[in-house]
Every structure is written in C-alpha cells, then in structure tokens.
Design a protein around this ligand. Structure first.
Ligand code: CUA
Length: 344
C-alpha cells in the first residue's frame, strides 16, 4: 500500500511538472526516451525504499521504556544477492540505453548539411557551404545538420534547449555535434558555458524551415553575399588609395552585428542596449577625455581595448582578438560606423 502511494506521488511529480521542453529534434526525442527510462526505474526504487522505511519505522518502533537490544541478526544472503544483482542490472540497462542513444545522436547519416560555427566572447557566427556567413542559425527540416565548432578565445557551449544536444566549443580543437530538426519554428541558441561578463547575452536566433524554403533562403544569402563582397572590394580599393581610413559605414554596421559588439555595448544607431561595456554613444566624449583623435581612439579601443579604460569599467573584459579576426575593411568600416558617419 505504502509503495503504491509513494509511486503515485512520484509519478505525479514526474508527469505534472514539465521538466523538459517540447522536443524539436530527433536527438531530443532519444534523449527524452532515456530521461523517461531512467525516471521510471527511479520511481520504482523510490517507491520500494519509501515503503520499507516507513513500514520499518512504524511497525518496529520501540516502546518509550524499552531499553533492550534488538535480536542479533547475521545477514540474509538471499536478500543481499537480490539488492546487489537487481540494481546492477538496472544501472547496466541505463548505461546500455544511454550508449546506444549517444552513438545514434553522434551519427550524421550519409548526407548531412555541414555548418561551421565560430564562437567568441560574446557572439555566434555560422558558415554555410559556399562561405555564406550569418548571425542567425537557419536549419532545414528533417535533415541532419553537422556542426563543426571553433572558438576564438575561451570555452563556450552550444545548446538549443528544444533540440537537446549540447557540446562545448573549445579553443584549439574542432568539436562536432549533430542536430536533426523535426518541426519548423523559431528557437534560441544559448551559450551554456560561463565564458565571461557577457555570457548571459551570448545567444543567437534559430529558425527551422521546410527544405524548399531553406534552399531559397541559402540562395538569397549567397546572392546577398556576392553583392556585399563587391561593395567591400570597392571600399578596400578606395582605402588603399587614400591612405587614411575612409571606411564604409554600411559595412561597419553589419560588422557591428556579426562581431557581436551589441552583446556588450549600447549603441543607439545599432539599436542595442547591453551594459557590459561602455556606452558607445559616448565615444566622442570619451575620445576627448583620452585626448586622442576620435577615429584613432575608436580603432585603438577595438584592436587594443585595454589601452584606455573608461572610468567605471575594468580592463581584461573585452576580447583582444578583434585586430586579428576583423579584416582591414571591416575595421575601418566599424570605425566609420561608430564615429557616426552616414550608415544605411
Ligand atoms: Cu560563450 Cu558563455
């Protein structure tokens, strides 16, 4: 009786509270199966243990003035074998099921879509075949996507809660993960490894599209990239001729987004309001305070962020890698955009 009551209570806690998000991938379906497989075993053991403890406390409690010792008992071989063998079988079963699911979840199949993932404090970038780079992760329905992940600085971790799979992104090595979406919709990719002050803001939008819609989207990205490439080439040419930084503010605007500046900084023209780093709407005043020409101050703050620290902020927070990861055209564009030169 006690075991049945305990099992019912534990089952209600398991079923009535939504412990896992609604699955949106084949991998999450399998992870959910492992979750319930282990949970059902746990409910059974919990019910048995609860029943034995409550029954023992109730039936064998001592009378108030009973100071005698209990009967001398020297073990029970059958019982001991049972409570060793049964849990061993259950734990091995959980291990086998988990191993099968892990290996299935790591299998990308014969025709995966390969997407490169670049993580850095505090932004995600994705690269599709044909060198198409985006800040939004778009995936085709029912096709396995294999992510090859690299980090520019510290350890990050890729996680889309509804898709279950989670994998660290570690500087110096390439890690992989497979996700096969099972429903269309909008999701959020979350960095789930504490990676610095902006960790909580390190997110990226995720969209799952029907396969035809996905192909259209990818073609559009390729076409847009071809156009932007030509524009960037033109700006670069002008720059090498002029010598000084006549950056392309429009390129700067897209760079601001792709480099993840908005993850930490408020900047009204970009519509961002994060407060990890200094408010970039005050750049002109900050440059004056530092006594530097504005453009030079901005470029230095991007490439060598610890050179001048705005009061109220700390050194060592902003990544020092932008001098390497941004192209010269992107850098001068960013300086133009931040100094308030026309962007559209
Ligand atoms: Cu990247 Cu947390």
């Amino acid at each position: 009786m006690i075991a049945v009551v305990a099992a019912v209570i534990a089952s209600l806690v398991a079923v009535l509270i939504r412990w896992l998000p609604e699955s949106a991938s084949e991998e999450m379906d399998r992870i959910t199966f492992v979750f319930w497989f282990a949970t059902i075993i746990c409910i059974g053991i919990f019910a048995l243990v609860a029943a034995v403890i409550i029954e023992a406390v109730w039936a064998f409690r001592v009378q108030p003035d009973d100071d005698t010792d209990g009967p001398p008992i020297h073990g029970n071989t059958k019982l001991e074998i049972a409570w060793t063998v049964v849990p061993a079988i259950l734990v091995i079963a959980i291990g086998v099921v988990s191993a099968v699911v892990l290996s299935k979840n790591a299998n990308a199949g014969s025709d995966p879509l390969e997407v490169k993932v670049f993580a850095q404090q505090f932004a995600w970038k994705f690269e599709y075949p044909g060198k198409v780079q985006t800040e939004e992760l778009v995936m085709p329905l029912h096709r396995s996507v294999e992510f090859e992940m690299q980090s520019a600085d510290v350890i990050h971790s890729l996680w889309i809660p509804q898709m279950g799979q989670k994998q660290d992104v570690v500087p110096g090595i390439t890690t992989k993960i497979v996700i096969t979406p099972t429903r269309t919709g909008n999701f959020t990719l979350i960095c789930t490894e504490l990676c610095g002050l902006g960790h909580a803001t390190m997110r990226a939008p995720v969209r799952v599209l029907e396969q035809a819609a996905f192909r259209r989207w990818l073609d559009e990205q390729r076409a847009a990239d071809a156009g932007a490439g030509a524009a960037a080439g033109g700006a670069g040419g002008g720059q090498s001729g002029g010598g000084s930084s006549a950056g392309d503010a429009a390129l700067g605007k897209t760079t601001f987004a792709s480099a993840g500046c908005g993850g930490c900084h408020t900047f009204e023209p970009a519509g961002t309001d994060a407060q990890v780093g200094p408010d970039l709407d005050n750049l002109v005043a900050d440059a004056k305070k530092a006594g530097d020409p504005e453009d030079q101050y901005i470029e230095q703050s991007i490439v060598d962020p610890d050179a001048v620290i705005v009061s109220g902020y700390q050194p060592g927070v902003m990544p020092t890698t932008f001098g390497k990861t941004l192209s010269p055209a992107e850098l001068s564009g960013l300086v133009a955009f931040l100094s308030g030169k026309e962007a559209n």
